[in-house]
Each structure stands twice: as structure tokens, then as C-alpha cells.
Write a protein that binds this ligand. Structure first.
Ligand SMILES: [Zn+2]
Length: 66
């Protein structure tokens, strides 16, 4: 009986946290403009920074990249 309870707890844990899903970056445009005209974006989720030309927004997550 205790084993069944343990399995149920593990399944509930996996369903809630979904460790197989990668976290998606949530980009926010930084108010500070860069000197060369590009716009700086920062990720709220992982803290990554990306500078892009005006009018473009980041699509990929940089989490794990270094
Ligand atoms: Zn990110």
C-alpha cells in the first residue's frame, strides 16, 4: 500500500512540475537603448540579454548558453 502511495506522489510531482518541458524565455525590452541603435532585450526567466536591431524581437531562449 505504501508503494502505491509513493507511485501516486511521484506521478503527481511529475504532472505538476513537468521537468521535461524547457522553460521559455520571457523577453522584456530594456529601456536603455544601446549606442549603436540596437535595442536591448532581457529575459525575465533566466536573465539572458540579447541586443537586436530595431523592430525585431528575440525568439529563442538563451538559457544554458554561455
Ligand atoms: Zn531565458
Amino acid at each position: 500500500m505504501i508503494i502505491v502511495l509513493g507511485i501516486l506522489i511521484v506521478i503527481a510531482f511529475l504532472l505538476v512540475l513537468r521537468p521535461w518541458e524547457r522553460r521559455v524565455c520571457r523577453w522584456r525590452q530594456d529601456s536603455r537603448k544601446l549606442a549603436d541603435g540596437r535595442v536591448l532585450f532581457t529575459c525575465v526567466a533566466c536573465g539572458a540579454e540579447q541586443a537586436l536591431p530595431k523592430g525585431r524581437t528575440p525568439t529563442t531562449c538563451l538559457a544554458g548558453d554561455s
